[in-house]
Design a protein around this ligand. Structure first.
Ligand SMILES: [Zn+2]
Length: 182
């Protein structure tokens, strides 16, 4: 019998590709509510739900990308010009959430989606593929945020957090690594 065992490189590359395509889809996926007649900023699409569905079918690579894309989209949606009318989240049957509830809904679901994406990426992708997917995801996210009016505050927040982390790391390294030399 000839061996039909697949080489591990192919599924790895395929999983990375699926994640990237899913990310591109996930970035704009929440706004399909406009076409589905769900009412804009439907809680069904502006939530973790679109990322959980592929998990139900054990499509972790797809879930990973969709979670990342939806997370970025929801983070940008946290910064409308005013959180009224169109911008608030609409629950099926129950109607619009208040502005405060809408902020909380979008922020919590954005954080949950990004955490799910990071968790899936850790479990799914080897370090090299993870790094490549991470860079591509970052580029796609920056491009989306750059073109979205709500994206600029997110970029500012991410920039500030990055500076804080880098500073914290370099100062702790200076403290911890500064043993006697020579
Ligand atoms: Zn949206």
């Amino acid at each position: 019998m000839p061996s039909t065992e697949p080489s591990p490189a192919l599924p790895t590359a395929l999983a990375a590709l699926v994640t990237l395509v899913a990310l591109a889809v996930g970035l704009t996926l929440p706004d399909v509510d406009l076409r589905l007649g769900l009412g804009h900023r439907s809680a069904l699409t502006h939530s973790l739900l679109p990322a959980l569905l592929p998990l139900v079918w054990r499509q972790r690579a797809a879930a990973c990308g969709i979670a990342a894309g939806v997370g970025v989209h929801l983070a940008a949606d946290c910064f409308p010009r005013r959180m009224i009318g169109y911008a608030t989240v609409k629950l099926p049957l129950l109607g619009a959430l208040s502005p405060l509830e809408s902020y909380a809904w979008l922020a919590l679901n954005a954080a949950a989606a990004l955490l799910l994406a990071a968790w899936c990426a850790r479990r799914l992708h080897a370090p090299l593929a993870r790094a490549l997917v991470g860079v591509a995801a970052l580029a796609a996210a920056l491009r989306y945020l750059w073109h979205d009016p709500g994206g600029w505050p997110v970029l500012a927040l991410v920039g500030a957090a990055t500076v804080a982390v880098v500073r914290g790391r370099s100062s702790s390294r200076a403290r911890g690594g500064g043993g006697p030399k020579g």
